[in-house]
Ligand binder design. Structure first.
Ligand SMILES: CC(C)(COP(=O)(O)OP(=O)(O)OC[C@H]1O[C@@H](n2cnc3c(N)ncnc32)[C@H](O)[C@@H]1OP(=O)(O)O)[C@@H](O)C(=O)NCCC(=O)NCCS
Length: 125
């Protein structure tokens, strides 16, 4: 049974400006060290950061909650499997919410162009 779906779109130039302005502090507040390592491999890293930011927001939307409602963005991590497929790995309050709501499966898909990054999250009960 579908519990919820969430979608988000990020303008990569905005992400780039924020990263340039706030640097490491911003990155470590929002992204895991694995995500920073993954995105850092790319010349246009803000595209991949944008996609991960969109994934975190999409997860919150699928859950039916917003930012500042207990789940921290760095409790939601995007990990790519050996084929490049992105998977959501949760800890902290994000993991507790999933357990509390009895969500059994999380689906995530990402796409990006130079200008925009987007993510879709589907939660199954
Ligand atoms: C997966 C694929 C369809 C992505 O399409 P694309 O038009 O090049 O790129 P998009 O912007 O739409 O999507 C990129 C995202 O697709 C996701 N992706 C990559 N591989 C994937 C896979 N096997 N399954 C599902 N999603 C995948 C990633 O999240 C990626 O973003 P990220 O690097 O920031 O995590 C395309 O790369 C493909 O067909 N690859 C074939 C498999 C391949 O080349 N594998 C190489 C590693 S073995």
């Amino acid at each position: 049974m579908i519990y919820g779906v969430g979608i988000d779109l990020v303008e990569n130039s905005r992400m780039e400006k924020i990263i340039n302005k706030w640097g490491e502090n911003f990155l470590h507040r929002i992204f895991s060290s694995g995500e920073i390592q993954y995105c850092g491999k790319y010349v246009n890293s803000s595209i991949h950061y944008g996609a991960r930011f969109a994934a975190k927001e999409s997860f919150l939307k699928a859950l039916g909650i917003g930012m500042g409602m207990g789940v921290k963005l760095n409790d939601i991590e995007v990990v790519n499997d050996e084929n490049g497929k992105p998977i959501l790995k949760l800890c902290g309050e994000a993991k507790s919410q999933i357990e509390k709501k009895k969500i059994k499966k999380i689906h995530l898909s990402l796409t990006h162009t130079k200008s925009y990054s987007t993510a879709v999250v589907l939660l199954e009960k």
